[in-house]
Design a protein around this ligand. Structure first.
Ligand code: FES
Ligand code: FES
Length: 163
C-alpha cells in the first residue's frame, strides 16, 4: 500500500531560537536539522540509534535524532553541538576537547560532546573514569580516540568541580 505524504507545521526551539518549518511527518529530526536548518554537526552514522553520532539535546536529554521523528520535537527545545557555543566561541567543553586533541576524523565528535554535556550537566561533583565511560557508552568512535575523549571529559569534570 502506498503511503501518502503528510505535512506537519513544526514549531520548536532550536539552539535557543523559536523556529517553524513544514515537515513530512515521516522525516526524522536529524534530517530536518541538517537539511532544513543547515546544522550539520550531528552526523548520520548508523541511522538506527546504535552509534550516537546524531546526538542532540531534546528538552535537556541526550537523544538520537536519527530515530526521532521531527514532529516529536513540536513545542520542545533542541540543542545541537552548534548551540553549545556562543557567538562563534566554543564552549568550555568544546575547548577542552580541542585542547586534549580528543578526536581523529571528527565524525563522532559532536555526538561525544553532546553526550558529555548531558553527563556533566547531570553530575554531582567530579566524575570518575568509570562514570564517564558508562555515560559515553552509547557513543561509538570508529577511530578509537576513546582515551583522549576520556581525558577531555575528565578534565572538564574536574575543572567544573573546582569552579
Ligand atoms: S546515526 Fe543515530 S545513533 Fe547512529
Ligand atoms: S574521531 Fe573518528 S569516529 Fe571518532
Amino acid at each position: 500500500m502506498k503511503m501518502e505524504a503528510q505535512t506537519f507545521d513544526l514549531k520548536f526551539k532550536l539552539n535557543g531560537k523559536e523556529v517553524n518549518v513544514l515537515v513530512d511527518t515521516r522525516e526524522t529530526l536529524l534530517d530536518v536539522i541538517r537539511d532544513s536548518f543547515g546544522l550539520t554537526g550531528a552526523k548520520k552514522g548508523c541511522d538506527e540509534a546504535a552509534c550516537g553520532a546524531c546526538s542532540v539535546l531534546f528538552n535537556g536529554h541526550a537523544v538520537c535524532s536519527c530515530t526521532m521523528l521531527a514532529a516529536e520535537a513540536h513545542g520542545g527545545s533542541i540543542v545541537t553541538v552548534e548551540g553549545l557555543s556562543s557567538n562563534g566561541k566554543p564552549s568550555f567543553l568544546q575547548k577542552t576537547f580541542m585542547e586534549n586533541d580528543a578526536l581523529q576524523c571528527g565524525f563522532c565528535t559532536s555526538g561525544q560532546i553532546i553526550a558529555a554535556a548531558f553527563l556533566l550537566d547531570n553530575a554531582e561533583g567530579e566524575l570518575d573514569d568509570h562514570e564517564i565511560r558508562e555515560g559515553l557508552s552509547g557513543n561509538v568512535c570508529r577511530c578509537g580516540a576513546y582515551n583522549k575523549i576520556l581525558h577531555a571529559v575528565s578534565e572538564a569534570s574536574r575543572n567544573r568541580a573546582v569552579k
